[in-house]
Design a protein around this ligand. Structure first.
Ligand code: NOJ
Length: 516
């Protein structure tokens, strides 16, 4: 386990819309370099950078054309190397985004693979053995290549699935076993890509759709896990300080497969949804635990979370996120105060937390935007960072019609500049809670998480992390817990008070209390 993960707080940067240094309307690596001191000022000591590789951008860069080349719009490989070097001088780690499950259909491997003549790359992707063969349980593109066969896609149609083989082989004529030389060659090619960027100075990878490699396997996905164990062996041997963090959302399995941490994502019926996004199916009423209407049920979250936490203790971490580039910002559903409490909670959980750019100032989800580069409903979460009151909120000097996505120009649009001097702003609250985490080992990745008071449909809920109690009342009503503690408040949103018999939490409050 890389030691630095124990106190890592990540910042996710969507390169398109973070900071444009050359005025072409799109963010770039030099722009990111110019903001490293800002990242540091938040208390973030690590960055997850969304894909910056050469790509036709049918899926915002998750369709990689060349894994070894930085997309021109972001700069050059040398710029990226400089980013690693300057970040390291400031004690900031950088994770790149690794896309192992698919490439762009314009990737050279795929151009070769679709040729009628067999060649080194014929087996790099999943092809049926004839264009008349396309079993309906898979997603195939049919009859559009010289090669007599159909190819499987992993996500959008422009993203052919790389071939890591099948676990349960139902069509032996074209489904390969994961131990087939072609599938092994795919794994080796993936490891080559990792080595290339690690040798250049990156600190590891966030791994896209990490569970999607071997096809036709459910549950614990043993063959996909074998591949990641193999990758982890390489890291442990040659890059022991490099971290891999999975987009899998099944920490007991992914950590067992060798990942250092796994994202806790917004999935149907899971704990993350219950905390921040749950809605009544019929009425549409918000039932999230962190909504001020007080209709959420913390026990539903805890049932799942505590089990995952126990199952991964001492082996790896769970990564809470404020949001990411795929999900609506919390401010879509929540008022700024609801979001402030919810975001603060993220940094008080064990494991390795992630702050999505712009959430630190409570940026909005922009409604009604035209889809950009395969963003569709995700586009409103990807708008330019709002730095200050200058043109385009300081994101770019390009004219507004040249911007990658429009900047939020609404009257109440938040900016870093407008929050920096207000001690109660979202920005300063987030900085404070992150600072508290860095100052206290109990609040970091390995610190315990113990439920103190959590009852079905009841608030506040209270949990303990070492010598800290964290009491949360997201609701609009005053709420009390029937016992008291000898402690000092060290972080507050709203107020808590202790009358000797019960702990009373003011409406919409969160307190971190240090036990005496
Ligand atoms: C998950 C990524 O986060 C998302 O943005 C992308 O579209 C898909 N994987 C496909 O790579």
């Amino acid at each position: 386990m890389p030691d630095w993960l124990k106190d890592a707080v990540f910042y996710e940067i969507y390169p398109q819309t973070y900071c444009d240094s050359n005025g072409d309307g799109i963010g770039d690596i030099n722009g990111i370099i110019s903001k490293l001191d800002y990242v540091k000022s938040l208390g973030c000591n690590a960055i997850w950078l969304n894909p910056v590789y050469d790509s036709p951008f049918m899926d915002a860069g998750y369709d990689v054309r060349n894994y070894y080349k930085v997309a021109e719009r972001y700069g050059t490989n040398d710029d990226l190397k400089r980013l690693f070097e300057i970040a390291h001088k400031k004690d900031i780690k950088i994770l790149l985004d690794l896309v192992p499950g698919h490439t762009s259909d314009q990737n050279e491997w795929f151009r070769q693979s679709k040729k009628a003549e067999m060649n080194e790359y014929s087996g790099r992707y999943i092809w049926t053995d004839s264009v008349w063969e396309a079993p309906p349980q898979y997603k195939f593109l049919c009859g559009i290549t010289d090669r007599d066969g159909n190819y499987m896609v992993n996500f959008f149609s422009s993203q052919p699935a790389l071939n890591y083989g099948f676990n349960n082989i139902t069509h032996p004529a074209w489904q390969k076993s994961p131990s087939d030389p072609d599938c092994i060659a795919t794994v080796e090619a993936l490891k080559d890509i990792m080595r290339y960027w690690l040798d250049m100075g990156c600190d590891g990878f966030r791994v896209d759709m990490a569970d999607s490699l071997v096809k036709n396997e459910d549950g614990e996905k043993p063959e996909t896990c074998k591949i990641w164990k193999n990758v982890r062996e390489m890291l442990d041997k040659d890059y022991p300080d490099a971290a891999i963090i999975s987009e899998w959302c099944n920490p007991k399995v992914s950590i067992g497969a060798g990942f250092h941490s796994d994202f806790y994502l917004d999935h149907d019926n899971n704990g993350y949804r219950i905390l921040f996004r749950e809605k009544d199916n019929k009425t549409g009423e918000c039932k999230a635990v962190f909504a001020k209407n007080g209709k959420g049920d913390i026990t539903k979250f805890l049932d799942e979370y505590i089990d995952d936490l126990k199952g991964t203790k001492g082996k790896g971490y769970i990564s809470f996120i404020t949001c990411n580039h795929d999900t609506p910002r919390m401010t879509k559903m929540f008022t700024p105060l609801e979001a402030k409490i919810a975001y603060s909670f993220v940094f008080l959980t064990p494991g390795v937390p992630f702050l999505y750019y712009g959430d630190e100032i409570g940026m909005s989800f922009m409604e009604g935007l035209k889809s950009k580069e395969g963003g569709y409903s995700r586009t409103g979460t990807r708008t330019p960072m709002q730095w200050d009151s200058s043109e385009n909120h300081g994101f770019s000097t390009a004219s507004s019609d040249k911007l990658y996505l429009p900047v939020d120009t609404s009257e109440n649009a938040v900016t870093v500049e407008s929050q920096i001097d207000d001690p109660d702003s979202m920005l300063n609250t987030i900085k404070r809670v992150i600072a508290l985490r860095h100052e206290n080992k109990d609040l970091q990745a390995d610190g315990d998480f113990e439920v103190v008071y959590a009852k079905k449909n009841t608030y506040p809920f209270i949990f303990k992390r070492g010598k800290f109690l964290i009491a949360v009342n997201p609701t609009e009503k005053e709420q009390s817990a029937p016992f008291t503690f000898e402690c000092d408040p060290v972080f507050n949103i709203g107020k808590s008070c202790d009358n000797g018999k019960k702990l009373t939490m003011m409406p919409q409050s969160l307190s971190v209390l240090k036990i005496k």
